[in-house]
Ligand binder design. Structure first.
Ligand code: SF4
Length: 215
């Protein structure tokens, strides 16, 4: 972790936490969370796609195929057609079918709580595994998505744009009881102020403490 010392990063992280909670008190996962297995499917579909689109697509998908058993019995071309708006639809349809198979045939109709087990399913990378662990089981884990990675780098709390390194850096400076909500706060910050192309630093709640590193 280059840049600020670890001690200074922890002080900065505390201030970031306070300010973001004040700005976004109700920050939460923007994927719909009706059932654990459905959240996992939404997570798989969320790669390079907005949560709004995923939620919309899944409302139609789950109205036709309410359970993982129904998905497993479906014709994959029908799943592909339904999830097409999410992009990468062929690969994602394969991952959804694989998830449904594991859920039905190997996991005893339960979503696993371990990262290793979850990542046996292609399409479930570390980011989605962390999402599932946090949202379903309240196991501390930071979801480092594109927003989180970008804002943490700009703020100065990581010097890496590699998600795994950034996650490790973030976990060093925030207490673990903050990890789950922190991911949501970072997304809110990234969407409202710290946009990829044009950050609105003048109005940002982190103005004055952010290192404003270019990215
Ligand atoms: S001050 Fe600017 S760079 Fe820093 S978090 Fe806010 S919008 Fe992003």
């Amino acid at each position: 972790m280059a840049g600020l010392s670890l001690k200074k990063k922890k002080i900065l992280a505390d201030e970031v936490w306070e300010r973001l909670n004040e700005e976004f008190p109700d920050s939460d996962c923007s994927l719909e969370k009706d059932l654990p297995e459905r959240l996992a499917v939404r997570g798989i579909l969320s790669a390079q796609c907005t949560d709004v689109t995923v939620n919309k697509v899944c409302r139609v998908l789950f109205s036709r195929y309410p359970s993982m058993e129904d998905i497993l019995k479906a014709d994959i071309s029908d799943i592909e057609d339904m999830i097409r708006p999410c992009g990468l639809y062929k690969a994602k349809a394969g991952s959804v079918m694989e998830f449904a198979r594991l859920y039905e045939e190997e996991w005893g109709r339960e979503v696993p709580s371990s990262r290793e087990e979850l990542m046996r399913c292609k399409g479930v990378g570390r980011k989605i595994a962390n999402l599932i662990m946090g949202e379903i089981y309240s196991i501390p884990a930071v979801v480092v998505d594109t927003h989180c990675k970008r804002v943490m780098y700009r703020i100065g709390l990581t010097s890496s744009t590699d998600p795994l390194t950034a996650e490790k850096d973030i976990c060093k400076v925030f207490d673990e009881d903050r990890w789950i909500k922190l991911g949501h706060l970072a997304v809110d910050l990234g969407r409202r102020y710290c946009k990829s192309s044009k950050p609105d630093c003048d109005n940002c709640p982190l103005k004055g403490i952010c290192q404003r590193r270019g990215l």
